[in-house]
Design a protein around this ligand. Structure first.
Ligand code: GLA
Ligand code: ZN
Length: 667
């Protein structure tokens, strides 16, 4: 599949004309408004199954024919969805096995969406059937450019079919004998030895839920069954429309499914971006969202991704739905493009009249016309995006990687001990990303088994679990000259959450880092410890390891408690590389200073010479530079030379003032 699917930025979003089936004049009005809004694409059919197949085996594609033709006549690209995210009622009624069984063991009744069994052969067959009909009917439709599979796959099913599938999956994927399984899962503890595979069930609060190794296995199984469900969905599409690329929309850092594994099955990664802007922490939110964009960009092998959904104004599902201030969404959309998105898409085009999401923001409000703040912002952004054809397909070259590994996120959640109130694995990863983001240095967000060799620096915050081969992987990277940072509670367990004996970080890694961790302390709320590093004091929060330096240079030490003066930051020269260990959880203050030092020592360059100001972030994508003001006040920046301002089509230089939510796109 090519890097570039379109030659322009896709601007559009979820379009649900089936909600307006009784007022088809609205469809014509939609076309007029889409043209006005500089919208060039629509994603259709996500929740249309009941309309397409009102009774079993009775089909009605007429409305979709009409809509696709209308969109085509108006020059819009269509992203066509498969409808498995929400089933018709008749299907659930006739085949109750398609309904999901919750952890309680109780089968759901019909309702809401995203709640089907992942294993049910009936559901899989029904999905394949409707998908096949869609592919056959629209394979040559000139508007159809991409498949959107289902919607936000999530959750799990605990029905007997899924339990049996779990047992079979375990036998095949883990390939342990029962004795090995009992050993790896440490089932001798509390007399939990398994004597027959049938004794294995999914984890549940009223059953087995303290065997972390088994919970890890279950998450891996749920990932694989979701992928297998997806593969079942796309089988007819691959056969009938082999040239139409396929994506499915991911949800931020949802960790119910291993996205890093799933992403490998997609032609293009896409995700739904709903930041909580304007609640008083915009710069942090901008950083967290940037981190997610980079995670998805990296998952797609650095190829451009799609921002499949975002809201043009507010959502309806935050506890309090604050309106983002004018132009905040525009800046948020530009940020997506800066980080590698080739699309800006919304949920949804026209606000629903009824139902659960009738107060969720949409491009066209209930008033039905274009004279709204939101509509004019969307159409203004559409005009800007039309000027960005040269950005499409552009990549970013990162020399720094932060490991944020989905399987490790599960492992850090499931173990019991140390500071049980504070795990926050992905936030920890984002904390180590932030100092680079602030300086305009691009960072890849990788899994622990990704290739490290293209990076000058790899940071692995809280890498509690090591998968098979990770130890060797880290060791080889450092030996060859890599710079690697481990933080507290790293390398404690293997992929079955079984502790390494002999102290951590696991086995050979102690030698690589020249340290041995002996104990781990947790810091209760209201208590403090501090570290002194380069003559400056830094807070220790939540958790810290107590180390012995065994060859490593001690660069920082604790200040108080019985382990005062013991090492808190170490550096070991190993092979041609450097192995750092930061033994404590810190706040932004430390990461900022420590990473600045790393950037200087390793000589990591920002790929552009414009100096950022606080709250103003610079990001280069291929040859385009994005300067974005996330601060709540106007900011001045100095351009180091003349640049072409793509949005205003002129040449600028010297000092430039960026208003709140202002941005520049330069070449
Ligand atoms: C998700 C779903 C959409 C819609 C939006 C609302 O992203 O995919 O169908 O419900 O949330 O924010
Ligand atoms: Zn099931």
């Amino acid at each position: 599949m090519k890097d570039k699917i379109f030659d322009h930025i896709i601007h559009g979003g979820d379009y649900n004309p089936d909600q307006w089936i009784n007022t088809p004049e609205i469809w014509d009005e939609d076309m007029r408004l889409m043209n006005l809004a500089h919208v060039n694409s629509a994603t259709v059919g996500i929740f249309s199954w009941a309309m397409l197949e009102p009774e079993e085996g009775v089909y009605n594609f007429e409305f979709l024919d009409k809509i696709l033709d209308k969109l085509y006549e108006n020059g819009k690209d269509v992203i066509l969805a498969t409808p498995s995210g929400a089933r018709p009622v008749w299907l659930s009624q006739k085949y109750p096995e398609v309904l999901r069984v919750e952890e309680s063991g109780i089968r759901n009744e019909y309702g809401v969406r995203h709640n089907h069994c992942l294993t049910s052969p009936v559901y899989r067959e029904k999905v394949r059937n409707i998908n096949r009909l869609l592919a056959e009917r629209y394979k040559d439709h000139p508007a159809v450019k991409m498949w959107h599979i289902s919607n936000e796959y999530c959750g799990e099913c605990h029905c007997e079919l899924c339990q049996e599938a779990f047992r079979e999956w375990l036998k095949k994927e883990y390939n342990y004998s029962l004795d090995e399984l009992n050993f790896k899962w440490w089932n001798g503890f509390w007399s939990h030895q398994i004597t027959d595979w049938s004794q294995i069930n999914s984890p549940k609060f009223r059953g087995e839920n303290h065997v972390s190794a088994m919970k890890l296995a279950w998450r891996r199984f749920v990932t694989d069954s979701t992928i297998s469900f997806y593969e079942n969905e796309i089988e007819p599409l691959r056969e009938i429309t082999p040239d139409i690329p396929i994506t499915t929309n991911f949800m931020r850092l949802y960790n119910g499914i291993d996205y890093q594994k799933f992403a490998k099955k997609l032609d293009l990664v896409s995700w739904d971006n709903y930041p909580a802007w304007d609640r008083g922490f915009n710069i942090q939110e901008a950083c967290d969202v940037a981190f997610v964009h980079d995670a998805f960009r990296t998952m797609g092998d650095g190829k451009p991704f799609f921002m499949m959904e975002s809201t043009p104004s507010l959502v309806n599902w935050h506890p309090v739905n604050k309106l983002p201030r004018p132009r905040r969404q525009e800046l948020s959309s530009i940020q997506a493009v800066a980080h590698g998105a080739d699309s800006v898409q919304y949920f949804q085009w026209r606000k629903s009249r009824g139902g659960h999401e009738k107060y969720h923001g949409a491009v066209v409000d209930h008033c039905g016309h274009e004279n709204t703040r939101v509509f004019s912002e969307v159409s203004h952004l559409g005009e800007v995006l039309e000027k960005l054809n040269s950005v499409v397909g552009g990549r970013t070259n990162s020399k720094v990687a932060v490991i944020a590994d989905w399987e490790n996120s599960w492992a850090t959640e499931y173990f019991c001990g140390y500071n049980n109130n504070h795990r926050e694995y992905f936030s920890e990863c984002a904390k180590w990303y932030k100092p680079f983001w602030e300086k305009g240095i691009p960072v890849d967000v990788i899994a622990m088994d990704d290739d490290f060799n293209k990076y000058d620096l790899v940071i692995a915050p809280f890498l509690y679990m090591l998968k098979d081969g990770t130890k060797e992987h880290i060791e080889a990277y450092i030996k060859k000259g890599g710079n690697f940072v481990f933080t507290y509670l790293s390398g404690l367990v293997d992929k079955d959450d079984l502790c390494y004996l002999g102290g951590f970080p696991g086995e050979e890694l102690k030698n690589v880092f020249g340290i041995r961790c002996e104990e781990t302390d947790s810091i209760p709320e209201g208590m403090k410890n501090k570290v002194i590093y380069n003559g400056k004091e830094y807070d220790v929060v939540h958790v810290c390891d107590i180390l012995h330096a065994e060859g490593a240079e001690i660069k920082g030490t604790y200040i108080s408690d019985f382990y005062a003066y013991s090492p808190a930051v170490t550096l070991n020269n190993y092979g041609k590389g450097k192995a750092y260990y930061v033994a404590f959880r810190n706040d932004d203050d430390f990461t900022k200073d420590f990473c600045s030092e790393l950037i200087a020592t390793i000589n990591i360059k920002s790929d552009c010479n414009i100096k950022a100001a606080a709250g103003v972030v610079i990001r280069k994508r291929a040859d385009t530079i994005f300067v974005m003001n996330f601060a709540d006040e106007e900011k001045k920046i100095n351009l180091d030379r003349e640049y072409k301002d793509i949005v205003n089509d002129n040449v600028i230089s010297g000092s430039v003032t960026l208003p709140v939510c202002g941005y520049l796109i330069l070449e």
